[in-house]
Write a protein that binds this ligand. Structure first.
Ligand SMILES: [Zn+2]
Length: 93
């Protein structure tokens, strides 16, 4: 696996943890790059609150925020290795 920079490699290793993470997810026409933050550990119970609360937040990325490469171009032959579609909002848990 060849990463464009150390930051992306570290964030990919965080996928699914109570951290920021970067991974790919399947989309109708291919893959998207997801920058995701999880507020809870994978096995944690959601806190009780009467107000709506987001425990998972995410943005879709086109370029690496650290080194600037076009992500779909740089990772064109590694998109499936980075695939964690089950973690994406609206696609699983
Ligand atoms: Zn990079």
């Amino acid at each position: 696996m060849k990463f464009c920079c150390r930051e992306i490699e570290e964030l990919h290793e965080n996928s699914g943890l109570r951290e920021f993470a970067v991974f790919t997810a399947r989309y109708p026409d291919g893959f998207v790059f997801v920058l995701q933050h999880r507020a809870l550990d994978p096995d944690a119970l959601p806190p009780f609150t009467e107000s709506p609360m987001s425990t998972v937040s995410e943005l879709l990325l086109k370029y690496c925020p650290w080194c600037g490469v076009n992500l779909n171009q740089f990772y064109c032959d590694q998109l499936e290795e980075l695939d964690r579609s089950g973690l994406k909002l609206g696609m699983g848990r």
